[in-house]
Design a binder for this molecule. Structure first.
Ligand code: C2O
Length: 552
């Protein structure tokens, strides 16, 4: 095994976008952060040194962390934060995984600027039929002129929709549709006739995005670092935490500018004010003139970008359903055919009474919270993994997460005033034996503000065996599951006003966070934790904690 070592210094750096200069939290002064590139099978050591005064942690999103839960990163779930002046070395092995993932801070809303690509080169050659000229990482993020922590704090106190970001970015660059940003535009040079592998990552805090390139099609070959059956589309939908690899062939004839616009804008059905702006960059054909663009010409009609409309749920859900595992002899699809346990959980937004003497921004002078089965997750103050490993009895959690919605549930026709709106606040966990074949049905609700929730599971990939609109029907829907080639992912978009069923083989002992990857919803409590107990013998047991594990 090769060990690859990286050093991440968390430090402030002044960055200017949209003519606003502000200090950003960065890794090694870079925004976005550095790319980690390793090979399948490598051992990875990242020494994170916190050179700022606030706490931090880093999460390697989508890395299985087999037996190495200590290196997973979510604050208070698998570790206590790295405090100012401290270091912690994340140490893990990349086992049987290949493709594009991301890393990001997992403390508060620090992902706003602490994120980067995590690329795993495969042992075997790419299973694509065309040669790849080069690889192009495309990471979406957001730029906020204001202070992101203040936005989170206000949201928690008064519970309105968050103040939205001021721009979306491609590789940290907003692009020419925003004020003062023409020079901050991502441009990818291509050669006519060649094919490129775009590694597309959505690291944004709060927005699912559509992405397209004018006049070009995208051939999807991988999602969440698992190969898919290739299919061609005019646009992709990528939720926060998701990654999608596409092949792009430069097979068009450019005009005299030599440029084709690429663009991303949100897929949002919520009624609250969101940043609905568009980030753009360019594909620049090499054979044409080379003068640099001062004022790139942009089409005025956004349909030209191949982009769907902002609320196009049909496009978003049809796209998700197109994804299929490769399910080849080299890359089989190991979906559990039988299950030991089915958990049905709502994923919803709820209303809570406004704190006394405050005015809240939510409907009816209440504030928003979020929940799974009406449990609004309260983050503990000690690491759950540490408490679990040490068998501590004096803990801040209980192991009775409800496995069904608390009341008969009908997603249609719930009146937000009289319906079951009130969440319980608490830290209830689900505990399963090693090797449990578990199905989780994620049921969106219409209580409030229906929207698509990208649910992320730590420490495991899962198979999306079914999804649909309306209520999940336990008598009928399982018969329609795809148990042949369902997509294997780490983050699933639960359709607006609908459900998604995922199957997980719980074969990774440890403590694992499940949450909505829209950061505002995680803050509001749309999260839970499951514990996978040790199995038999060392190979089915969690490793002991590293010596430098931060303590609370
Ligand atoms: Cu990418 Cu728990 O997060």
């Amino acid at each position: 095994t090769t060990t690859r070592q990286f050093e991440f210094n968390i430090e402030w750096k002044k960055v200017t976008r949209l003519c606003h200069t502000k200090p950003l939290l960065t890794v090694n002064g870079e925004y976005p952060g550095p790319t980690i590139a390793v090979h399948e099978g490598d051992n990875v050591e990242v020494k994170v040194t916190n050179r700022v005064s606030m706490n931090t942690t880093i999460h390697w999103h989508g890395i299985r962390q087999l037996r190495s839960a200590w290196a997973d990163g979510p604050a208070y779930i698998t570790q206590c934060p790295i405090r100012g002046g401290q270091s912690y070395t994340y140490n893990f092995t990349v086992i049987d995984q290949r493709g594009t993932l991301l890393w990001h801070a997992h403390y508060g809303w620090q992902r706003a600027s602490l994120y980067g690509a995590f690329i795993i080169y495969p042992r075997m050659p790419y299973p694509f039929s065309v040669p790849i000229q080069s690889e192009v990482p495309i990471i979406f993020g957001e730029w906020w002129n204001g202070d992101v922590d203040a936005v989170e704090n206000e949201m928690m106190l008064y519970g309105g929709g968050p103040n939205s970001s001021d721009a979306y970015t491609i590789n940290g660059l907003p692009g020419p549709l925003y004020p003062c940003s023409k020079k901050d535009t991502f441009i990818q040079t291509v050669e006519r006739g060649k094919t490129y592998l775009f590694r597309i990552i959505n690291a944004a805090l709060n927005d699912e995005l559509f992405f397209a390139i004018a006049n070009h099609t995208l051939t999807v070959v991988e999602a969440d670092a698992v190969y898919t059956k290739p299919f061609t589309t005019r646009a992709i939908m990528v939720a926060p935490g998701q990654t999608t690899n596409v092949l792009v062939t430069a097979n068009q004839v450019p005009d005299s500018s030599g440029m084709f616009v690429m663009a991303a804008k949100p897929y949002v059905t919520a009624v609250f004010p969101f940043d609905n702006s568009t980030t753009a960059g360019f594909l620049k054909y090499k054979s044409t003139s080379t003068e640099k663009i001062e004022a790139p010409t942009l089409p005025t009609n956004l349909a030209f970008h191949n982009l769907p409309e902002m609320k196009d749920t049909v496009y978003a859900t049809t796209f998700s359903k197109m994804l299929r595992s490769l399910a080849s002899p080299e890359y089989p699809c190991n979906v559990p055919k039988k299950i030991d346990k089915r958990v049905i959980t709502t994923v919803s937004l709820n209303l809570q009474d406004c704190p006394a003497n405050k005015t809240c921004k939510g409907a009816l002078d209440k504030r928003f919270f979020a929940s799974m089965n009406n449990q609004s997750f309260v983050r503990p103050f000690k690491s759950v993994l540490e408490s679990h490993y040490k068998n501590l009895t004096n803990v801040e959690y209980s192991t009775d997460f409800p496995e069904k919605p608390p009341t008969a549930f009908d997603y249609t026709g719930i009146d937000p005033l009289t319906g079951n709106m009130n969440t319980e606040f608490g830290t209830k966990l689900l505990v399963v034996p090693y090797g449990t074949n578990m199905e989780i049905v994620l049921q969106g609700t219409s209580f409030l503000n229906r929207e698509n929730h990208p649910i992320h599971v730590h420490g495991h990939n899962f198979f999306v065996v079914g999804s649909g609109f309306g209520n999940f029907d336990v008598a009928k829907d399982p018969a329609k599951y795809n148990l042949v080639d369902p997509p294997e992912r780490n983050t699933v978009p639960v359709p607006t006003g609908g459900w998604a069923a995922i199957r997980i083989k719980a074969d990774n002992p440890g403590v694992w966070f499940i949450h909505c990857h829209l950061e505002e919803h995680t803050s509001w409590g749309l999260a839970m934790v499951f514990i996978v107990k040790n199995g038999v013998g060392q190979s089915q047991s969690l490793l002991p904690p590293p010596k430098d594990l931060p303590l609370c």
